[in-house]
Design a protein. Structure first.
Length: 750
């Protein structure tokens, strides 16, 4: 049995020493790096070879990679690194790593061509001045072979351990038994569909009712497929914290019911994992960054022996070895079998998991939990905005070298909206003159940060990263984006504005990530209509579809449409009293716990206030704006087996999906809204664009997203085969045929 490793991964394992140091920043973007490599190659001779594929072996180890370039005329192999600012500020351990990489490539090249010696060069390309600093050194092949063997020997012990782990994992997975007495109704069909999808290498859309156990029903079949499909890893991707918790709970159940040596890792955001938020990420500031790479090997070994590396367990290992928990989790992503993480770790521009999978050529399977959320989340990932008021504040306080580029940017900004009469205006093209000024500004900021690393914090850094994102999105601008300006008066003749590049169809960015995996499974209780999600998420044409039959019976859920109420904004005041009376009557007939959903906090508060005044004996509690996690838990804790009351919540908010209140903890829901997104100029622009691309502007912008929220909220009521409850849909539009067509098939509506 052999173990394959990329040159870069090998050297990062064996040759990284010293401190974790993020001061040599900001580094060039991926696009700037590509352009830099091309520029260097264009300056070489006609016989210069780009991207040379190389590979070699050491005992059980297979090492592979692509050297940046080789010039046969000078017998020189080059490793190109792009940078900005002062190269002398580069930490020594970065340079050491670069030399290690080029020396490994050097031996592989000597072996390939039968060379006895070779020139090796590190080419540092300044993306601003476009100058090259070339560090050249001649090496004998025998010396390079010794270095290669030394690096491989350092890695081989770990590789053998990993091979043993993989073999034990796969063997145990093949005999793995479903951890519960039996599948729930519908759960087996879901699991079989997932297994078939990964076996045939296809994407799958799985619409499955809330409450059937989708999490374990999707993870289990992929674990069974580890060996036959030779999967390296499974990614479980979630939109919200509750989704991560469900996946970790499922892993705990699998561990408890078997001897499966599955390494499970939870990835959390940096600000939630950081021990010292007040310190910078380098050894002179943070004690957990000091000597990080020297202590990492012991921490890595300890972490690899913990089967469930959730946030708490990983933190315990990290602190026991004096290393940063966040960066230890990034390291363990390379060695975990099941990684549980937010969508952005796989779908964002610089997504770590996707990047590692591509670099290491992992064979992966991706599970996209509550996939209906991916449309809006992806749109936000590939969008960018800039606020002029932030720029004004910076102009007043910026260091002297930055004042001119910031002022130039502001002049171009003012020129953009000098003729704009309306407060909001969308434009057909991107603002090229402003983008030129923005490019000069970000270059100046980047140079300043390199010379003054202590300035890498606060408002200046925040604006810099926002500007980089804006420039990156602008490069991708096409008919799937909207550029708009929102203008506001500051008093007198002074005005300010916000510029936004809005992605409205993320398909072109999501599709490559879905298809890069052996199989990607998107699952949710609400993936209807199928074409809406397929269009916006760029699902391949051969994507499989399964609509899992509900395990619930129609008589378990009484769904009633209240036609005499309109929750349209113009009828809102008139709707208050009828809604209150309906809630009070239902509560009197069947006391218990209910959720009442509304389109906004204002509407919610108006109904709650009237209910409290007219029926003071009914206990009620309300969702408030910006609830912290502890407050959200307090809201849910009010729903007990013995309590009776009504929780008021906003549809599409924290309590509209992803919460589990089985049995008597929740017996009904009142939904006083069709869930339609707000009617505003932005959504109207999106509607126009959806109409132009898909021919269904209103449906794609308003109707489908709205009904999806309604069905999700209603799904809180019936969580098991024994639950019974009621859902009242309070709006006359629920009576329309096209709306009812989007409701779950198992519902019987009266």
């Amino acid at each position: 049995m052999s173990y394959s490793v990329a040159v870069r991964a090998l050297c990062e394992f064996t040759a990284k020493v010293g401190d974790l140091d993020l001061r040599f920043t900001p580094s060039p973007s991926a696009q700037e790096g590509i352009i830099g490599h091309r520029t260097v190659a264009s300056r070489r001779s006609a016989r210069y070879q780009n991207e040379v594929a190389l590979e070699g072996e050491y005992q059980q180890l297979k090492v592979r990679g692509r050297a940046d370039g080789y010039d046969p005329d000078t017998n020189r192999l080059e490793e190109v690194k792009t940078y900005r600012g002062d190269l002398d500020a580069q930490p020594a351990n970065h340079r050491q790593l670069h030399w290690a990489q080029v020396k490994v490539y050097g031996w592989l090249m000597c072996q390939k061509l039968g060379l006895t010696e070779i020139d090796l060069a590190l080419v540092y390309f300044d993306i601003v001045g476009e100058g090259e600093i070339l560090l050249n050194q001649r090496f004998q092949a025998a010396e390079l072979e010794g270095f290669f063997n030394q690096q491989c020997a350092l890695f081989l012990g770990w590789a053998r351990q990993e091979m043993q782990h993989r073999e034990a994992r796969n063997t145990a997975a093949q005999t793995l038994v479903f951890p519960h007495a039996d599948f729930r109704p519908g759960q087996r069909a879901l699991a079989e569909s997932v297994y078939k999808a990964v076996s045939t290498g296809r994407c799958l859309m799985a619409q499955a009712p809330t409450g059937i156990g989708k999490t374990i029903g999707t993870i289990f079949p992929l674990l069974k497929a580890l060996a036959p499909q030779q999967l390296d890893k499974v990614f479980f991707l979630t939109a919200k914290t509750p989704g991560r918790k469900l996946a970790l709970d499922a892993a705990h159940v699998l561990h408890a019911s078997s001897d499966l040596p599955l390494r499970v890792l939870e990835l959390v955001a940096r600000d939630k994992a950081c021990e010292h938020l007040d310190k910078a990420c380098h050894g002179d500031s943070c004690p957990l960054a000091k000597g990080f790479y020297d202590r990492l090997p012991a921490a890595r070994i300890a972490a690899s022996k913990v089967r469930l590396l959730d946030q708490r367990n990983l933190r315990d290992v990290a602190l026991a070895h004096g290393v940063c928990p966040y960066y230890l989790s990034q390291e363990m992503a390379r060695w975990a079998d099941l990684v549980v993480a937010d969508y952005n770790y796989y779908f964002d521009f610089g997504a770590m998991l996707f990047g590692l999978a591509q670099l290491n050529q992992w064979r992966t399977a991706a599970l996209v939990d509550e996939a209906h959320n991916l449309v809006e989340r992806a749109r936000s990932m590939y969008s960018a905005s800039l606020d002029q008021y932030s720029l004004k504040t910076l102009r007043d306080t910026a260091p002297e070298p930055l004042k001119k580029p910031l002022q130039r940017l502001n002049r171009e900004w003012n020129a953009l909206h000098k003729d704009q009469i309306a407060a909001y205006q969308a434009y057909a093209t991107r603002p090229d003159k402003l983008l030129q000024a923005l490019s000069l500004c970000t270059s100046a900021l980047g140079d300043y940060f390199n010379e003054h690393p202590e300035a890498l914090s606060g408002d200046l850094q925040a604006f810099y990263f926002e500007a980089l994102q804006f420039a990156k999105v602008a490069e991708l601008f096409n008919e799937h984006f909207i550029f708009d300006i929102s203008k506001r008066q500051l008093g007198g003749k002074r005005s300010s504005s916000t510029l936004c590049l809005r992605n409205v169809v993320p398909a072109e960015f999501i599709r490559p990530r879905l298809t890069a995996a052996r199989s990607s499974v998107l699952f949710s209780a609400t993936l209807s209509p199928r074409h809406y999600y397929a269009d916006l998420l760029g699902l391949p044409t051969d994507t499989a579809w399964v609509d899992v039959e509900s395990p619930f019976r129609a008589e378990q859920l009484h769904v009633r449409i209240v036609n005499k109420i309109s929750t349209r904004f113009v009828h809102r005041q008139a709707s208050l009293a009828p809604i209150v009376e309906l809630i009070a009557r239902q509560f009197a007939q069947q006391p218990g716990n209910y959720l009442a959903f509304f389109s906004s906090f204002d509407y919610l508060q108006q109904v709650a206030q009237l209910l409290a005044e007219t029926h003071p004996r009914i206990l009620l509690w309300q969702q408030s704006r910006g609830m912290a996690e502890a407050e959200r838990q307090g809201f849910l804790d009010q729903f007990t087996e013995d309590s009776q009351g009504i929780g008021f919540a906003v549809l599409g908010g924290a309590f509209g999906e992803g919460i589990d209140l089985p049995g008597a903890r929740l017996i009904g829901a009142f939904i006083a809204t069709l869930g339609l997104p707000q009617l505003n100029p932005v959504n109207e622009q999106i509607k126009l664009r959806m109409a132009a691309i898909f021919g269904a502007g209103y449906d794609y912008t308003y109707l489908y997203p709205g009904i999806q929220k309604v069905v999700q909220a209603a799904g809180r009521v019936i969580r098991s085969e024994h639950d019974r409850g009621v859902v009242m849909l309070m709006d006359d539009r629920f009576g329309e045929a096209r709306v009812q067509h989007l409701l779950p098939r198992w519902w019987v509506v009266d």
